[in-house]
Write a protein that binds this ligand. Structure first.
Ligand code: FES
Length: 184
């Protein structure tokens, strides 16, 4: 071995720890960067998946054909209809109920059956003690034909947005009751 080789290979001649440091740093940065990138890549879709249904609840603002106009009378009648929902990737169908009636002025309105006390389902004329009223079997809330709250519940029954087209009643989003105020 020449004195030149000795000089080259002598451990003390290497810049102390420089090569190892830089490799370690390189690995730290590379792996750290890659994990952060993958982390963000994995988390972003999850956040979007969680938030998207809130931002874009498909089905809102739509009207659904529910009943023939000619079938609607002054007596509340129960109709069921299906609402197709697309929440993010998840598609589902909900069966909804409406109590539809024509008021004294000939206007058609549709009430939601969800009790404004704690959310049970009300029925029409379903309690012998209080005929011709909506009654909730859970805690005895009572409502008039127009959905005005008479007992237990703090608010009138909600309504569906309603439109009449080509002899059919279409129902849309649920909105606060406006019918009760028209009642004598
Ligand atoms: S939920 Fe209807 S009375 Fe309580």
């Amino acid at each position: 071995m020449s004195s030149h080789d000795e000089h080259q290979n002598h451990p003390n001649n290497k810049p102390p720890g420089r090569k190892e440091m830089s490799r370690r740093q390189f690995l730290t940065y590379t792996l750290g960067g890659a994990s952060a990138f993958m982390g963000v890549g994995a988390v972003l879709p999850m956040i979007r998946f969680a938030v998207d249904p809130i931002l874009h609840k498909k089905g809102e603002g739509e009207f659904i054909k529910v009943a023939e106009e000619s079938k609607i009378t002054g007596e509340p009648q129960e109709f069921h209809f299906e609402l197709k929902q697309q929440d993010g990737w998840y598609a589902s169908t909900a069966t909804l109920t409406a109590w539809i009636r024509k008021n004294e002025r000939g206007e058609i309105y549709a009430l939601s059956p969800i009790c404004k006390h704690l959310g049970c389902t009300v029925g029409w004329n379903n309690n012998k003690a209080t005929p011709n009223e909506f009654h909730c079997p859970c805690h005895g809330a009572r409502y008039t034909k127009a959905g005005k709250n008479l007992a237990v519940a703090p608010k009138p029954l909600d309504q569906y947005k309603t439109k009449i087209e080509n002899g059919w009643v279409y129902l849309g989003d649920i909105v606060p009751n406006t019918e009760a105020a028209k009642e004598a």
